[in-house]
Design a protein around this ligand. Structure first.
Ligand code: PEP
Length: 254
């Protein structure tokens, strides 16, 4: 049976009352459903604990959008993995393209973050993906391979298997223009093959999500692609009805 994870990345959206309403609506929306897919929501840091209080007891998992790699110390403004583990968060997004672009998060830093997250038994959602320029210049697959190899450097096969990979072509994020199903299928099979070469057949169990303008209208055709194990959703995860509709589509595919 295909494993599917539907993840919502709320980014820097929702003040507390909005986060409460949104999470309550999602909990209500799945009540009584025999859930066959995993659901993850990733609110901003300050809303993690209040959202946890709402979703606890439901099958919805809680994730953070970023972390520091050190356990504690003089890193003003940062949030550590032990702090997030204590919320508790089950997942942490690492290497989102907005972190890479606006906060200069280079491969080496992301590799340290992945190790810190795995060390705490939290599941990293590791984002990779090329720019439009990379794709137009024919470098998309070189970039994807580089990001995977550098990000996963010196991590044991056993730990790599626990990582959720999110393929997010940067040109498709927040643009309303998702990659085509052919582009997604090609990239996901390329990623799966790299992982198979890295860790062997266990890579078949790894979840590879697609992210980039997923919404209620395109989710079915994307989630149907064989090597797609779910979606990382930005804008559309902020509307409870749309997010629930994507969950419903996913439910019908497993
Ligand atoms: C994202 O933030 O990871 C994302 C894919 O955003 P959107 O769904 O809005 O394109």
């Amino acid at each position: 049976m295909k494993k599917i994870l539907i993840a919502g990345n709320w980014k820097m959206n929702t003040i507390l009352p909005e986060a409460i309403n949104l999470s309550k609506s999602i909990v209500e929306g799945i009540k009584g459903t025999d859930l066959k897919v995993q659901i993850l929501i990733c609110p901003p840091f300050v809303n993690l604990i209040p959202v946890y209080d709402i979703i606890k007891g439901s099958p919805i998992k809680l994730g953070a959008q970023n972390c520091h790699y050190a356990d504690k110390g003089a890193y003003t403004g940062e949030i550590s993995v032990p702090m997030l583990a204590n919320v508790p968060c089950s997942h942490i997004i690492i290497g989102h393209s907005e972190r890479r672009k606006y906060f200069s998060e280079i491969d080496d830093i992301l590799n340290k973050k992945l190790k810190a997250v795995l060390n705490a038994n939290i599941t990293p959602v590791f984002c990779i993906g090329e720019t439009l320029e990379d794709r137009q210049n024919g470098y998309a697959f070189k970039i994807i391979e580089w990001q995977l190899k550098e990000g996963l450097k010196e991590i044991s096969n056993e730990d790599i298997e626990k990582i959720v990979i999110a393929y997010e072509p940067i040109w498709a994020i927040g643009t309303g223009i998702a990659a085509t199903t052919e582009q997604i299928a090609e990239a996901h099979s390329f990623i799966r093959n790299i992982l198979l070469k890295m860790i062997g057949k266990q890579a078949k169990n790894m979840l590879i999500l697609y992210g980039g303008s997923v919404d209620a209208t395109n989710s079915q055709s994307i989630l149907e692609i064989p090597d797609v194990n779910g979606a990382l959703i930005g804008g559309a995860s902020l509307k409870a009805n749309t997010f629930l509709s994507i969950i419903n589509t996913a439910q019908n595919l497993v």
